[in-house]
Ligand binder design. Structure first.
Ligand SMILES: Cc1cc2nc3c(=O)[nH]c(=O)nc-3n(C[C@H](O)[C@H](O)[C@H](O)COP(=O)(O)OP(=O)(O)OC[C@H]3O[C@@H](n4cnc5c(N)ncnc54)[C@H](O)[C@@H]3O)c2cc1C
Length: 379
């Protein structure tokens, strides 16, 4: 693929750069999870007012109708400006595109606009205590009663649930059907007593994700997405978008952290050390491979019309490289990198979850082996 930007793409990038330099979000407030979340929500509102919040969405749904390359430029520039991801990132990248593909007209009219403005935040209620990688074995059940669905079960790892109005919920609606066939995808209102959200505190001290306890929650029939029993296919649309969307933001962030580590090494006179130089050189090469592989993934999306299994490759490469990078920072900087609350200790601890969130590395390797390389299935 040709990596030179066209005139239109350069103009898009320059306009965005100018906007970002005039609308610098500044540093996140040091007022805990809620403060930082409010800061990201405000920033999304400013993006939305200027028409930048949902660049990859069609204009008719409040987007900018950006091409795939422009959308990649958007995420790269956001990271380059050290701006945060929009607060409603799961709505913009996952719920919105899934509703556009599977939703009835009334659902598109009802749900899409408030995603863009961050008026209604979304979370993803897929994983359960005994169903993560093997999502299709989930047990949360939904039973139809008097024209509405009654849902009972438990979800876990639900990022941003404490701020969310809506949940992309996959539940079992037919216990007799084969496990992939008995599922249905719901748009569940979180604002009901039957849904209890309990934040889980992570090793970093933050509480990004939660447990959801659902006890006879009600979902009207019109909030089924993509048809009863079709939940597996609808969920796959969400999962494919999850792995494709963030690659461009993440590769720039990784590059920034690497550049900061190179500065730290230089200040300590360590760049002459052949072992340090060798490790930094290797990380530089991996960061470049990640950038180029992310661009190559765009070609696959152009070919299939929506994200394909290639997104699994960049996700795996990114988590692997980020963990190596943050571990090397700790090796290089010594105990000061491990001080509680230090920048580097945060990076090191947060990176632990990279090889789990959005699909574990082992599962991504299976997908790459079977669906990208065409190797025989292990089972
Ligand atoms: C920061 C973070 C945010 C998250 N946010 C959300 C969210 O918003 N919504 C949501 O629904 N989920 C979310 N998750 C959950 C995430 O998607 C799951 O943790 C992930 O799918 C793995 O599921 P599990 O934890 O049940 O592990 P398991 O599936 O039980 O896996 C345990 C181990 O077995 C390995 N394994 C499993 N199956 C195979 C296989 N077939 N071949 C080889 N090895 C295998 C895994 O790689 C892993 O090492 C989040 C996770 C994290 C870390």
């Amino acid at each position: 693929m040709d990596l030179t930007f066209t005139e239109q793409e350069t103009a898009f990038r320059d306009e965005l750069r100018a906007w970002l330099s005039e609308n610098d979000p500044g540093e996140p407030p040091q007022t805990g999870d809620d403060g930082s979340y409010g800061w990201r929500r405000d920033f999304q509102r400013r993006l939305a007012d200027a028409g930048w919040a949902a660049v990859h969405w069609p204009v008719e749904f409040g987007g900018r109708g950006a091409t795939l390359t422009e959308s990649a430029i958007f995420f790269e520039e956001l990271a380059r400006a050290r701006a945060p991801l929009p607060a409603n990132v799961l709505g913009l990248l996952l719920a919105g595109p899934t509703i556009m593909i599977w939703g009835a007209e009334e659902q598109k009219d009802r749900f899409l606009a408030p995603i863009v403005t961050a008026e209604e935040i979304w979370c993803q209620g897929f994983s359960e205590p005994e169903a993560g990688s093997d999502l299709a074995s989930l047990k949360t059940r939904a039973v139809k009663h008097d024209g509405e669905w009654v849902v009972t079960g438990q979800k876990v790892w639900t990022s941003g649930a404490q701020h969310s109005k809506w949940c992309m919920l996959v539940a079992r609606t037919d216990a007799e059907a084969p496990k992939h066939k008995g599922l249905t995808y719901f748009l569940m209102d979180m604002e009901q007593d039957a849904v209890q959200v309990r934040p889980l505190r992570q090793i970093t001290g933050e509480a990004e994700f939660n447990e959801l306890f659902i006890e006879e929650a009600r979902i009207p029939d019109e909030n089924v997405l993509g048809g009863v029993g079709n939940g597996w296919k609808v969920a796959l649309t969400t999962l494919m978008n999850e792995r494709a969307g963030l690659a461009f933001f993440l590769h720039v962030r990784l590059r920034q952290v690497l550049d900061e580590l190179i500065v730290e090494a230089s200040e300590r006179g360590l760049l002459e050390d052949p072992i340090v130089a060798d490790r930094l050189g290797e990380l530089h090469a991996k960061a470049e491979i990640l950038r180029l592989t992310a661009y190559r993934g765009l070609t696959a999306i152009e070919k299939y019309g929506q994200p394909g299994p290639e997104g699994s490759l960049t996700k795996w490469m990114w988590s692997d490289t980020n963990q190596q990078l943050t571990q090397f920072a700790a090796d290089l900087l010594g105990p000061e990198a491990l001080d509680t609350g230090s920048r580097w200790s945060y990076e090191l601890l947060r990176a632990r979850g990279n090889s789990i969130e959005g699909g574990t590395t082992e599962v991504l390797k299976n997908i790459v082996a079977e669906r990208v390389l065409g190797l025989p299935k292990a089972r």
